[in-house]
Design a protein around this ligand. Structure first.
Ligand SMILES: NC(=O)c1ccc[n+]([C@@H]2O[C@H](COP(=O)([O-])OP(=O)(O)OC[C@H]3O[C@@H](n4cnc5c(N)ncnc54)[C@H](O)[C@@H]3O)[C@@H](O)[C@H]2O)c1
Length: 269
């Protein structure tokens, strides 16, 4: 079951899972995108159904899990991925309602997916819970206070639930994407190439794509990752590997390899 699978990385993951033979439940508010994602999953050889869902509404999430079990017999994997940019702008002008709406989707939505998946996974004898956090949840983000705080909550919820449900052979992990070219960036430009360029500033010098996240989710869903739980995995082209420093502009080929001893022994030239 994948939320936010009508678009972007959720849709890419649904298609990849279908190609691997999974039966996929696509959950989203967007019916048109959901129907298209179902078609693409089927074309890739998998079973897929769509359920219109608002992840912030507990009744919707309960109905979603019930449908997954009814259609496919059990629930092995849930990927809590639905999201949006939420409240953007300076902290002093952030309306309380926008703060709450952001948390309702990004944090409550993940909580509800986890809460209602666990009983079914216990019945099934185990499972893999994956959520989409963000590299924005690992550090501050300019003018994205609610988003950063809500994604940080997803990282810690992942850890605390992982501790609790490990005894049921349920693993809980989250992915922290950074710079993935999806429609979430449409606010910046209508031109996907421009967004592609904008996101290519990471050490690997390219934008991320939904397939990068699909590959990671596939790994976390599979037995290949059976000893991994409670982790936040960054998929960001190296953005969080370290800050740029004043050494970035040094011509290291020219500077050569040197041993930098105590500063009182080194000479400027
Ligand atoms: N693109 C990036 O670089 C990036 C980086 C870090 C985190 N993320 C996160 O990745 C996730 C997927 O985003 P994306 O980049 O694929 O964007 P996207 O807009 O293409 O996909 C998000 C999907 O979530 C759905 N959605 C939004 N609110 C919903 C709700 N209340 N109930 C159900 N569905 C809802 C949307 O309809 C959409 O289909 C989000 O959680 C986002 O915050 C994205």
């Amino acid at each position: 079951m994948i939320t936010g699978a009508a678009s972007g990385m959720g849709r890419g993951t649904a298609i990849r899972f279908a190609a691997e033979g999974a039966s996929v439940v696509i959950a989203d508010l967007n019916e048109e995108g959901g129907a298209a994602a179902v078609r693409e999953c089927r074309e890739n050889g998998g079973m897929a159904i769509f359920q219109k869902t608002d992840v912030a509404a507990e009744s919707d999430v309960k109905a979603l899990i019930a449908r997954a079990v009814k259609e496919f017999g059990k629930l092995d994997i849930i990927y809590n991925n639905a999201g949006l940019g939420g409240a953007a702008g300076l902290i002093e002008g952030t309306p309380v309602e926008d703060w709450d709406r952001t948390f309702a989707v990004l944090t409550r939505g993940v909580f509800l997916g986890i809460k209602h998946a666990i009983p079914e996974m216990r019945k099934a004898g185990g499972g893999s819970i994956i959520s989409t956090a963000s590299i924005a949840g690992l550090s501050g983000g300019y003018a994205s206070h609610a988003y950063s705080a809500a994604k940080a909550a997803v990282v810690n919820l992942t850890r605390s639930v992982a501790l609790e449900v490990a005894k049921y052979r349920i693993r809980v992990n989250c992915i922290c994407p950074g710079g993935i070219n999806t429609p979430i960036f449409n606010i910046f430009s209508d031109d996907p190439n421009q967004i592609e360029q904008m996101l290519a500033g990471c050490p690997l010098k390219r934008a991320g794509h939904p397939e990068d996240i699909a590959n990671t989710a596939l790994f976390l869903a599979s037995d290949e990752s059976e000893f991994i739980t409670g982790q936040a995995l960054n998929v960001d082209g190296g953005l969080t590997a370290g800050p740029s420093t004043l050494f970035d502009n040094t011509d290291w080929e020219k500077f050569g390899n040197r041993y930098l001893g105590p500063s009182f022994t080194t000479r400027r030239n």
